[in-house]
Design a protein around this ligand. Structure first.
Ligand SMILES: [Zn+2]
Length: 279
């Protein structure tokens, strides 16, 4: 880990990790004592997957300068995934699902202040992207677009068909407890199962550790959320409130709930579970 300059003098921690022919650049806001949320971009050959947070623009620019890319695959519209698309020149072919395409073209709409502090606010607009669908030929490789909605409405993952590596963005984040109300648990579970069915050789998430042979882990995670969904509905039948269900199934609220002024919370996860009807 090496402290960098960051934008506006905010200290940024960064790490570089190599995994076979894939490089992973991690960056996080490095305020002493504060929660560190790492954000990754990946480079497979000369293809970039997501562009990270604008807070780490200088660090991502340096990473890109070390070996320029020819294409960028975008998983979804969140600011820690499209934050540095503005660094990509016109020679870089960019692919994105519809919401991210709109944000790149029209600018990212305003979002809560704490996220701007953590990740920065990418204010550029007027950037074009081609639709992420079917199979994409980029940088001499072939990527299958895998629809993985739930975390965001039109999230996609990318399967490198020559290596079996799946770049999953935020479609897999382990057995997390605090969630935003915008998440759709039912489609999230389906997406986890869809990724498991592909049986990737390796899973490259935007946050958290790389997972080798992730099939079992993806199935277990889908079963975990499915189990929570069933239990949440059973407790609701008994007349329990979302707050009580959250406490019972997910435990106490965590630091992120206070930092996010309640945007990320266990009770929102309970509400999401109750919205998601069991199959
Ligand atoms: Zn996200």
């Amino acid at each position: 880990m090496a402290p960098g300059g960051g934008c506006l003098g905010v200290p940024i921690a960064e790490r570089l990790e190599r995994h076979g022919d894939v490089e992973r650049h991690h960056a996080a806001l490095a305020v002493p004592g504060a929660l560190k949320v790492w954000v990754s971009v990946y480079r497979a050959g000369d293809v970039l997957v997501d562009s990270g947070m604008s807070r780490a623009r200088r660090e991502v620019a340096r990473f890109l300068a070390s070996r320029p890319v020819r294409a960028c695959l975008t998983t979804h519209e969140h600011e820690d995934h499209v934050g540095n698309h503005a660094l990509l020149g016109p020679e870089v072919e960019t692919f994105a699902p519809p919401l991210a395409t709109r944000f790149l073209a029209e600018g990212t709409p305003p979002f809560p202040a704490y996220r701007q502090v953590f990740w920065g606010y990418p204010r550029e607009k007027g950037m074009g992207a081609r639709p992420a669908q079917g199979t994409i030929r980029a940088g001499g490789r072939s990527f299958r677009v895998v629809p993985t909605p739930g975390h965001s409405a039109d999230h996609v993952a990318y399967l490198d068909e020559s290596t079996g590596a799946l770049f999953s963005g935020d479609a897999y984040m382990g057995k997390f407890r605090a969630a935003r109300l915008a998440e759709d648990v039912a489609t999230e579970i389906d997406s986890l199962r869809r990724m498991a069915e592909i049986d990737p050789v390796v899973l490259y998430p935007a946050h958290g550790p790389i997972v080798e042979r992730p099939r079992k882990r993806l199935m277990e995670t889908a079963d975990h959320f499915d189990g929570l969904r069933r239990r949440a509905h059973a407790l609701k039948e008994k007349g329990w409130t979302a707050h009580r269900i959250a406490r019972e199934l997910l435990g106490r609220e965590q630091t992120i709930t206070w930092i996010s002024a309640g945007e990320f919370s266990n009770v929102n996860m309970a509400r999401n579970l109750l919205r998601a009807m069991p199959p």
